[in-house]
Design a protein around this ligand. Structure first.
Ligand code: ADP
Ligand code: MG
Length: 696
């Protein structure tokens, strides 16, 4: 029977109870499922250490030596056993807190010690080590890499620890060696120099040596990423065949705005508008991601593309994640469009639009007299009906769920073109997975004349110096943001911090006016305070991260971030993007405690070192791993990664995508006989994905 058909109960030492636990805890049902449960680490058992060689970074080591002395301390349950282990030149301590009475030690006997050292004062000690008399050490025990498997508490309670998993898998080895059907075609295996599935499974569990283990893992990672790409790209190809509104015309409104602009578009802006226009005239529906750092001029690009749609007789909408942003887009667009007079009608719809004011908006959308609607989630309400919505811009999409996007689509017979804008640069390899089904346009150039923001990291001990700097800036007529962290879990405490900070600033700057905004305020109060700052009536704005995206006050030149250690890199970068919007030199001040963790220090150093959003995103990915980012980006990818890691396996992502494209380009729907293995496997993978969502 094929291993993928063989129920796990047929494995040696797996009865009904254990089978049940394996299924519940690991999702393992068949022998193949178990083979697909990969070790999370390996320990090199062929290497022997000397005590003198140990250092604080070592995880597990093995040492040969003798036990020279031992004694018990305490009584009853609190009893522990302490022994001295001697390797011929140096000694270390062995400690057992539990089961001390079962540990049998003898002098003058050669032992193999295996465990994880930790250092206490100048002595290394091992807690609960494995201590095996050398006479009982089998060759297998010290042969090569020992795999370690993730286990849960429930598994351990039933004797299913890492060792047990390993021995169950070992029993499958003879059958595995007979060969299993591969999931990747021979041509691709050869082209990308990949191990066969059989060899990969053997060597991921029982690696001959480090190289074999690495090659096995590379093959399995490739496979995982390859099928994700195949799935994403097949979906994309399918959708590319969807008809979309054809918008071939470059019309009068577009030209009028272009002529009226007080500046030239940057080359990057021009390129992106071309890319979008190519999509619009193709007759296929566009799904495009527009990435560009804060201040790179995405809003204008979005507006010009809306005008392309309008000139072709369609309506457009721009959806923002917050009311403040929606308002601001509305004001920005109104200003840009002023020279066009009556040619373009825009409207704003948010949660605070009164029922009375909604009526003309609803009418205008239905009869086509409103060309662009700007708003928040309110745009998704059922009573918002369009005459012919053709172009949708979604700003900062990670705040919108996939389901909400889908809702917009269903409002037409044909789906509108979709442009998703984000100022959060995403590392390329991550984008290929998370946004893999979108075309990507990048604005990688800032408008000319911008002075890069200077970033300085201060410890709070230097507050006086910082205040003096702020005062000087205000005296020069500039304005200042002061941002406090706000984390949901202890909102109350954070608000208190904010209030204290506000009071402190009021005391420190009695001669100036200070606004404060935070998420708990009523929208109207918040807007009022923002307005006072934007108009220059107040000099300092104290805020939580509500100002993170979009707010535009060119006269503000200082972004001071309190407790900067509590912000992620991307967030810090977003906040920094709030300044440097005018002609004056701007500053970002990061305030932290003097004592910082290694990771925090790295984050501050990166912020000080670069303004490049893509470099920061890369660093963020390396520091945090992809988990967080994937979460916030709401990938919509039905796959979980079991072995590949988007932070470290970027190159494999690229290769896997390339391989998937080579298959799909000539056969987008996988109908070809020779691609049957891919289609079949995708189908089974999808069934699994479906089941997961049912379970959770
Ligand atoms: P983003 O949305 O990408 O953060 P914005 O669209 O808000 O950037 O643009 C930032 C500022 O730069 C705005 O004031 C905008 O009017 C201005 N701007 C946009 N494009 C250009 C350009 N090509 N030259 C000069 N200024 C520009
Ligand atoms: Mg913007």
């Amino acid at each position: 029977m094929e291993l993928s058909q063989r129920d796990i109960t047929y494995c040696k030492n797996v009865g009904a109870k254990r089978a049940d636990i394996l299924r519940k805890e690991l999702g393992v049902q068949t022998a193949m499922d178990l083979l697909r449960t990969y070790p999370y680490k390996y320990i090199d058992r062929s290497k022997f250490y000397r005590i003198a060689e140990l250092n604080d970074e070592d995880t597990y080591v093995q040492i040969i030596g003798e036990v020279t002395e031992w004694h018990t301390i305490g009584i009853g349950k609190a009893q522990r056993l302490s022994a001295t282990f001697f390797d011929g030149t140096h000694q270390c301590e062995l400690v057992w807190f539990q089961g001390a009475k079962y540990v049998k030690l003898a002098k003058g006997v050669k032992y193999l010690l295996f465990g994880k050292p930790s250092r206490f004062n100048h002595l290394y000690n091992f807690v609960h080590p494995d201590l095996t008399p050398w006479s009982k050490v089998t060759p297998e025990m010290t042969q090569g890499l020992e795999p370690y498997y993730n286990t849960t508490e429930t598994m351990k309670r039933h004797g299913l620890n890492s060792k047990a998993i390993r021995s169950i898998i070992a029993e499958l080895l003879p059958d595995l060696k007979m060969g299993v059907p591969d999931t990747i075609g021979a041509d691709i295996l050869q082209q990308y120099r990949l191990m066969s599935l059989t060899d990969a499974l053997i060597n991921v569990h029982f690696p001959k040596d480090t190289l074999a283990m690495q090659n096995a893992r590379a093959r399995l990672k490739f496979e995982e990423l390859f099928y994700i790409q195949l799935q994403i790209l097949r979906q994309m190809k399918r959708r590319e065949q969807n008809p979309g509104f054809a918008m071939p015309l470059v019309g009068t409104r577009f030209h009028a705005l272009y002529k009226a602009l007080p500046f030239d578009l940057t080359n990057a802006q021009k390129r992106v508008i071309h890319e979008i226009h190519d999509d619009l005239k193709s007759g296929r529906q566009m799904n495009r991601l527009l990435q560009g750092d804060v201040g790179s001029g995405k809003t204008l690009v979005a507006l010009m593309c809306c005008l392309l749609a309008i000139d072709n007789g369609y309506q457009a909408c721009i959806m923002a994640p917050t009311e403040i942003l929606a308002n601001q887009h509305y004001e920005t667009l109104k200003a840009f469009l002023a020279p066009l007079g009556d040619a373009v009608h825009i409207a704003l719809l948010t949660g605070s639009t009164t029922p009375k004011n909604r009526v003309p908006i609803h009418n205008g959308l239905l009869n086509g007299t409103i060309h662009i609607l700007i708003g928040t989630h309110a745009l998704l309400e059922d009573n918002v009906q369009w005459q012919n919505l053709g172009f949708v811009v979604i700003d900062e999409q990670h705040r919108f769920g996939v389901a909400q996007r889908a809702k917009l689509w269903t409002k037409n017979q044909l789906p509108p073109h979709i442009l998703v804008m984000t100022a959060t640069p995403i590392p390329r390899t991550l984008a290929m997975t998370v946004y893999g089904d979108l075309q990507v346009s990048i604005i990688d150039e800032l408008p000319p004349g911008r002075k890069p923001v200077q970033t300085i990291h201060y410890s709070i001990q230097r507050r006086a110096q910082v205040y003096a700097f702020l005062r000087k800036q205000i005296q020069d007529g500039r304005q200042i943001y002061v941002v406090y962290p706000l984390i949901k879990e202890n909102e109350k405490l954070d608000l208190q911090d904010l209030q204290n900070g506000f009071n402190e600033l009021c005391e420190a700057f009695p001669e100036y006016k200070i606004s404060m905004v935070h998420g708990q305020m009523k929208a109207a109060d918040k807007d009022l305070q923002m307005q006072r700052f934007a108009s220059g009536e107040t000099q300092i704005l104290v805020a939580t991260t509500v100002i993170e995206v979009g707010v535009n006050v060119p006269n503000a030149t200082v972004m001071m971030i309190q407790n900067a250690e509590r912000f992620g890199l991307s967030q810090l970068h977003q906040l920094r993007g709030r300044v440097g919007r005018g002609g004056d030199q701007s500053y970002c001040l990061l305030l932290t405690d003097l004592e910082l963790s290694k990771e925090t220090r790295k984050r501050m150093d990166i912020m000080v070192a670069t303004n490049d959003g893509f470099r920061i995103a890369e660093a963020d990915l390396q520091l945090r791993g992809p988990g967080d980012l994937q979460g916030t980006l709401q990938s919509g990818t039905p796959f979980e990664l079991h072995i590949a890691n988007l932070a470290t396996d970027g190159q494999l992502v690229t290769l896997a995508r390339q391989a998937a494209l080579e298959i799909l380009d000539p056969d987008p729907l996988l109908e070809d006989e020779r691609n049957r293995i891919y289609k079949r496997r995708l189908d089974t993978l999808r069934i699994e994905a479906h089941n997961w969502s049912e379970i959770s």
